[in-house]
Design a protein around this ligand. Structure first.
Ligand SMILES: CC(C)(COP(=O)(O)OP(=O)(O)OC[C@H]1O[C@@H](n2cnc3c(N)ncnc32)[C@H](O)[C@@H]1OP(=O)(O)O)[C@@H](O)C(=O)NCCC(=O)NCCS
Length: 184
């Protein structure tokens, strides 16, 4: 699917291919904020989990400039877990991340989106809250359901708080409901 922005080069949003894996790895590395997994991991996601991932490509340059890596939870296939999302720094502020979330969670089979966010990642929290508002669903932080510092060796990683958004398409105030109340 192609997206045009006035004054900007057009982008295409598509399902990743195996050969996108190394570029996704490079983007994660360049972000300097995301946990860098192995190239093998991104190859695997691009090959076997591609249906639940998306990339944004600048049509003019052919460069991959954004991605979202996600998977449908095996025990709850209506729930999409967003592992990582990033946009090239030169392309930020153009609602590309929001569009990537629209694309990856747009199907009727997805009723909930979950992700974990470190407390210091304000941009990420803001992104998911804005997106939840745009989807007229609920997004509330419930601490304790993510990963505490103790889960990470050497306590060198901030805790990760779990956010749950949904049910998608149903209008609610995203600040009012507790996440575990929205589980059904
Ligand atoms: C977070 C990130 C993906 C946002 O990408 P983006 O394409 O610039 O985001 P969008 O333009 O779609 O912004 C959507 C909303 O996110 C929020 N947002 C995005 N960047 C923000 C920032 N730097 N500070 C505060 N809020 C921000 C805003 O609420 C924005 O809505 P608005 O434009 O109506 O104000 C991008 O900054 C990034 O790649 N960061 C590094 C990687 C990362 O932290 N990923 C998230 C954790 S996995």
């Amino acid at each position: 699917m192609t997206g045009f922005n006035r004054g900007h080069s057009p982008l295409v949003y598509r399902i990743p291919r195996q050969e996108d894996g190394p570029q996704i790895w490079q983007m994660v590395k360049d972000s300097r904020i995301l946990d860098l997994n192995s190239t093998y991991f991104y190859l695997t996601m691009s090959r076997w989990f591609s249906e639940s991932c998306r990339v944004a490509v600048d049509i003019e340059s052919g460069n991959l400039i954004g991605f979202v890596v996600a998977f449908r939870q095996p025990e709850r296939p209506d729930t999409l877990f967003v592992w990582q999302i990033a946009v090239d720094a030169r392309y930020r502020g153009r609602k590309i991340a929001r569009r990537l979330l629209d694309e990856v969670a747009g199907g009727p089979e997805i009723r909930f989106v979950e992700t974990t966010i470190a407390p210091s990642n304000f941009a990420s929290r803001s992104l998911f809250l804005k997106w939840a508002l745009s989807r007229e669903s609920s997004a509330v932080l419930c601490s304790g359901f993510g990963f505490s510092e103790d889960c990470f060796p050497g306590n060198e990683h901030e805790r990760e708080d779990l956010y749950r958004i949904g049910p998608l398409g149903e209008k609610r105030d995203p600040r009012r409901r507790c996440m575990d109340e929205s589980r059904d």
